[in-house]
Design a protein around this ligand. Structure first.
Ligand code: 13P
Ligand code: SF4
Length: 305
C-alpha cells in the first residue's frame, strides 16, 4: 500500500489484526479520534488503561501521557507514532527546580500531570486539570507548591483559598493556552454575542474571567448538555471541536483558530499506520523512577473519582 493512501479503516484493521487497543487524547486530529477505542482527557486515559486487559496499546497523544500509561502498566507494550511528540510546558519544570523549592518552602508538592516522569517521582501527589482543585483541597496544608502550570496554579488558588506557590513560576505555562488574548476573545464574542464560553484552566485569569465555564476537556464535554446556549466558543486546543460537534450535532462550536498544539498534531494517518506496521517506537520508563512516580499517580487515583 502506498503511504499516502492510508485511510482510518486501514489503521483500524491493522490494529485489530495485531491485537492493539488504540487510546487517544481529545486533541488528536478528527480522523484519529474516529478510530480510537478510547478517547479522553488525561485523567480518563490514566484510569482507563489500568482497567483494560489488552497487552498492547497504541497511544496517540504526547510523551508524558504515554509515560503515565507505562508507569501504571509496566507489563503492557505501549507504542507511539513519533518519538518526539512532547509538551513544552511539561518540560519547563526540572527535578533541580523541585528540590530547590522544596528546600525553600518545606511544603507539599502537587504536580500537574503535564510534567516529566522524573519530576512526578519527587511529588507528593499528581493532579490533572479535571481534579486539581479537589486534590489541593485534600492536602493537609495551607501552603502548597504547584507546578508547572502557573495559570492552573492561579485557578486552584482562587478556588481553594490556599497559598499556592507556582513552580517554576513565570516560565511555567502552555503556549497554546497562555497566549490567547482578551481582545481576540472579545472579538469572537462580538461576532457571536449569543455564544457561551468554555475555557480550559490553562488559560490566563483574564480569559478565565470571561468564561461561563472553566474545566478540563472531559468536563467541557458535559457542559453543553447543561445549558440552553446553542453556540459555544471553545477556548482550548482546536481538536476538541470535532469531539464536541459529534456529541452535540444540534449545537455550534466555535474554535479559537490560533489554539493548535503542534506536538499533538505530529501524529497523522501515515505515521500511525507505520507505527502499527513496524511496532518499533515503544515507550520505556526507568523502573526506579517509575516506582516513585507510580506512588504519586496512584495517590491521585485513590482520592478522586
Ligand atoms: P486535559 O487533561 O484537560 O485533556 O488537558 C490536557 C492538556 O494537555 C491540556 O493542554
Ligand atoms: Fe502541552 Fe499545551 Fe499541548 Fe497540552 S496543549 S500538550 S499543555 S503544549
Amino acid at each position: 500500500m502506498s503511504a499516502v493512501s492510508v485511510r482510518p479503516e486501514d489503521i483500524r484493521k491493522l490494529a485489530d489484526e495485531k491485537g492493539y487497543v488504540i487510546v487517544a487524547h481529545n486533541y488528536q486530529i478528527p480522523e484519529l479520534q474516529e478510530i480510537a477505542d478510547y478517547l479522553g482527557d488525561s485523567l480518563q486515559l490514566a484510569r482507563m488503561v489500568t482497567k483494560i486487559d489488552a497487552k498492547k496499546i497504541l497511544f496517540l497523544g504526547v510523551d508524558f501521557m504515554a509515560e503515565v500509561m507505562k508507569v501504571l502498566n509496566p507489563e503492557k507494550k505501549i507504542i507511539v507514532p513519533v518519538r518526539h511528540s512532547t509538551c513544552p510546558m511539561a518540560n519547563s519544570l526540572s527535578v533541580e527546580d523541585v528540590i530547590k523549592f522544596k528546600e525553600k518552602y518545606n511544603a507539599p508538592f502537587v504536580v500537574y500531570v503535564n510534567s516529566r516522569t522524573e519530576v512526578k517521582a519527587y511529588a507528593d501527589i499528581v493532579c490533572t486539570s479535571a481534579n486539581a482543585v479537589d486534590i489541593v483541597k485534600a492536602i493537609d496544608s495551607d501552603t502548597v507548591l504547584f507546578g508547572p502550570d502557573k495559570n492552573l496554579a492561579s485557578y486552584v488558588a482562587e478556588k481553594t483559598g490556599k497559598n499556592i506557590i507556582p513552580i517554576p513560576g513565570e516560565t511555567g505555562y502552555c503556549y497554546v493556552h497562555n497566549y490567547v488574548k482578551e481582545d481576540q476573545l472579545k472579538q469572537l464574542i462580538n461576532f457571536h454575542p449569543d455564544a457561551e464560553i468554555m475555557a480550559h484552566p490553562e488559560v490566563p485569569k483574564g480569559i478565565r474571567d470571561l468564561a461561563h465555564f472553566v474545566g478540563s476537556t472531559s468536563q467541557m464535554e458535559k457542559y453543553p448538555a447543561t445549558t440552553n446556549a446553542k453556540k459555544l466558543i471553545v477556548v482550548t486546543e482546536v481538536g476538541m471541536i470535532a469531539k464536541l460537534q459529534k456529541l452535540y450535532p444540534d449545537k455550534i462550536f466555535i474554535p479559537v483558530p490560533s489554539m493548535v498544539c503542534y506536538n499533538m498534531k505530529k501524529n497523522n494517518l501515515k505515521n500511525t499506520y507505520v507505527a502499527l506496521l513496524e511496532e518499533k517506537i515503544e515507550v520505556h520508563v526507568d523502573e526506579e523512577i517509575a516506582k516513585k512516580a507510580r506512588k504519586a499517580i496512584e495517590r491521585m487515583l485513590e482520592i478522586t473519582e
